[in-house]
Write a protein that binds this ligand. Structure first.
Ligand code: IFM
Length: 451
């Protein structure tokens, strides 16, 4: 039965006692200190040196200086009453050469961060891969090289050994569709590779690594909670014309099904996205068993919806996105449509997979232009978005959804990949010249909700 929660004022009690509340970040976007204490080069360290790849020539070399300011930022998390903190480990801090020699300084650093969380009553949630493979491995083919399964397995095992006594919640990977799509097909993210020849093997190897990473964690840390995260957007056809409807099915398959279905044991959805048939040559005997893993939870990350049209000229997929700017709808600083209802539809969709045990919304948020006035940042659009999004989550939850957690993206304004620093997603404002932090009105709203 559909429930109407639109007019109920939000309170955390409405979501239940055991609902997880948190905030999410990622190493490259906040840490800075890209070349200190024995860290090796990551693909982003190299990508940022290439002209024209990142807007305004921005780079992540200092970012929000979380490496040095983690105590200040964790203190802020505590002040905002946020009980769970999701962050990622930089592979090249732990294994500067990708494999082999372990960098104890990198391990010590993350143990300090984790311990500081625990000392302050904040539960650490680790993401193992948030898009920053060591450059030495990329030079050997990166995600297109099947050896990545061995490289990644070694990295997972080193992390499980190094942090497993302290961390109870693990995510193997962040949004494989984005790092393979943007980094290995479109070439707009690191490492800047393009084309179907790179994309198809990268997809299969990422799926193999997700499952293998899950198995290694479960074997080494049988008591921890293990998940992995996916980016999802509600997809609708531009019109009822059969060609647009068929195009929307292909895009939905690409964005929302291609990574999760093999993990759930359903295989690659090649019938609905024929270009995936080209992947057969990368699939070795036994692989379709190896790509399955029974995760304790699935992380869903949702920011917008996509409207899709048939497009004869777009290779492989014959579909194009109708940009939000052209549709006369409200948009964020990323030019993404403001459409909080998307999460309701996404939850309905994922709830239909009986194999999924539990869903946490491991990211969602909105970038808007922020202004500091008398040392305050009033950001009503962001607060409104977050509230409406949570209303939609509640509506789905009241109808029986498996959703049981929500992490805001993100703590502080930070490095938004190829978009640089202009899109501000944080609930805490950062002056990137002085590194001063100001809690935005949206941060105060979240603190109040979680009080
Ligand atoms: O900043 C990113 C994050 O790294 C992954 N999910 C989407 C966010 C906003 O674009």
């Amino acid at each position: 039965m559909e429930s109407n929660t639109q007019n109920t004022p939000l309170s955390k009690q409405l979501f239940g006692e055991d609902f997880i509340w948190g905030v999410s970040t990622a190493a490259v976007q906040i840490e800075g200190a890209f070349d200190v204490d024995g860290k090796g080069e990551s693909i982003w360290d190299v990508f940022a040196t290439k002209k024209g790849k990142i807007l305004h020539g921005h780079h992540h070399y200092t970012a929000t200086d979380f490496y040095n300011r983690y105590q200040t930022d964790i203190d802020l998390i505590k002040q905002l009453n946020i009980p769970n903190f999701r962050f990622s480990i930089a592979w090249s801090r732990i294994l500067p050469d990708g494999t082999g020699k372990v960098n104890q300084a990198g391990i010590n650093y993350y143990r300090k961060v984790i311990q500081y969380c625990l000392d302050n009553g904040i539960e650490p949630w680790i993401t193992l891969y948030h898009w920053d493979i060591p450059h030495v491995l990329e030079a050997k083919g990166g995600w297109t090289n099947r050896d990545v399964v061995d490289w990644f397995s070694e990295y997972v095992a080193v992390c499980a050994d190094a942090f497993g006594d302290l961390v109870k919640h693990w995510m193997v990977m962040n949004e494989p569709a984005v790092f393979t799509g943007a980094g290995y097909f479109l070439g707009i993210h690191a490492p800047g590779r393009k084309g179907i020849r790179n994309f198809l093997p990268a997809i299969h190897h990422a799926v193999l690594c997700m499952a293998e990473g899950g198995r290694i964690l479960r074997k080494m840390l049988p008591k921890v909670e293990i998940g992995t995260t996916f980016s999802c957007s509600y997809v609708e056809p531009y019109s009822n014309k059969p060609k647009d409807v068929a195009a929307a099915l292909r895009v939905d398959t690409l964005l929302n099904r291609m990574y999760i279905e093999p993990i759930l044991g359903l295989g690659y959805p090649a019938d609905d996205l024929p270009v995936l048939k080209g992947m057969e040559k990368h699939i070795l005997p036994g692989d379709m068993e190896k790509v399955k893993f029974d995760f304790d939870f699935i992380g869903i990350q949702n920011y917008t919806r996509e409207i899709v049209k048939h497009s004869f000229f777009t290779p492989y997929i014959h579909a194009s996105l109708v940009k939000a700017e052209r549709r006369n709808v409200p948009i964020t600083a990323m030019k993404w449509e403001v459409y909080p209802e998307s999460i309701y539809h996404i939850l309905k969709k994922y709830d239909q997979y009986p194999q999924i045990k539990k869903i946490y919304l491991t990211e969602s948020g909105a970038a808007f232009k922020d202004e500091v006035v008398e040392n305050r940042v009033n950001d009503p659009k962001r607060t409104e978005y977050l509230q409406q999004f949570l209303q939609q989550v509640l509506k789905a939850k009241n109808e029986g959804s498996k959703v049981n957690g929500y992490f805001i993206w993100t703590l502080t304004d930070n490095f938004e990949w190829a978009e640089g620093y202009n899109p501000r997603f944080g609930i805490i404002y950062v002056n990137f010249e002085t590194q001063e932090r100001i809690v935005k009105a949206s941060g105060l709203w979240y603190a109040n909700l979680l009080r």
